[in-house]
Unconditional design. Structure first.
Length: 284
């Protein structure tokens, strides 16, 4: 009997060790992906701008309006979810995303390589250009706005990097939101505001004494999401192209920019194979 017990003990110990090894090999349950979370809660938390018309601003009742909010609503409709808008700025958009306070940021965000260290991006959904806003009669060449002239934009804006490519020693004054930068320009505290051309038409309507300078570059916008969330990114990529193929994207764009988009979605040769209405010639 003692011999049998002696034989069983190592066998039992071996089994326990084996179970422990297997347990260590089983990966921990992955965190819920954003797409499944939205489907479960029925709410899409969309980061949109409140300071950058026509991309995003607020109406007289304080409701978010603009290209970004309308595009977010169209995405929510595809999900069968409600959209809940969260104000994003150049400075807080990344923290909002990383802290799970928004599911995606739909603003004027350029997918710089540096930003991809902490976030992921969809395919481009809009193209614009970077320019300067100055007083009428002032120099329209951005390269002439080095020190002692001062230029303004918002904290966290990629336009600082873009502008310093042509004026490396540019003297920047940074503000939380664009209206503050415009006020500084109007009060002659800065000589120019660096911004996206898309916003200039709205600003000029209210401030006819201002003028738009020459383009600095072409600027692309993409929806910013959390890293390693491919199911959500795929859904957004497909939805953007489906909205384009159906013509709904173009309707939203014309509503806010008063012109048809001059750029194609995804490729001038057709959309991603499998997207409704897309051309699939010559694909493999």
């Amino acid at each position: 009997m003692n011999v049998r017990k002696a034989l069983k003990r190592p066998t039992l110990l071996a089994c326990l060790c084996a179970l422990a090894v297997v347990a260590c090999m089983v990966p921990r349950a992955q965190a819920e992906n954003t797409l499944d979370k939205i489907k479960r809660t029925g709410v899409f938390l969309a980061g949109v701008r409140y300071d950058f018309p026509p991309v995003g601003t607020v109406d007289g009742s304080g409701n978010p309006v603009g290209f970004g909010p309308d595009l977010a609503k169209a995405i929510a409709d595809k999900l069968g979810a409600k959209v809940q808008y969260v104000q994003s700025t150049s400075a807080n958009r990344a923290p909002l995303l990383l802290n799970n306070q928004i599911d995606a940021e739909i603003g004027i965000t350029t997918p710089f390589q540096s930003r991809e260290q902490t976030a992921d991006f969809t395919i481009p959904y809009a193209w614009d250009s970077t320019t300067i806003l100055v007083h009428k009669g002032d120099d329209l060449d951005p390269t002439h706005y080095g020190p002692p002239k001062k230029v303004a934009t918002t904290q966290g804006s990629g336009n600082v990097t873009v502008f310093k490519r042509i004026v490396p020693d540019a003297d920047f004054v940074l503000f939380q939101e664009y209206p503050d930068a415009f006020a500084a320009l109007l009060n002659h505290k800065v000589n120019a505001v660096v911004l996206n051309r898309a916003a200039t038409a709205v600003v000029l309507k209210s401030n006819p004494d201002l003028a738009v300078g020459k383009d600095i570059n072409r600027d692309v916008w993409a929806i910013m999401i959390r890293q390693d969330d491919s199911k959500w990114r795929n859904f957004l990529n497909w939805t953007l192209q489906e909205l384009w193929a159906s013509g709904d994207y173009q309707k939203i764009y014309v509503k806010w920019f008063n012109e048809q988009p001059w750029f194609p979605m995804w490729s001038q040769y057709g959309l991603q194979p499998g997207i409704g209405g897309a051309l699939s010639c010559c694909g493999n």
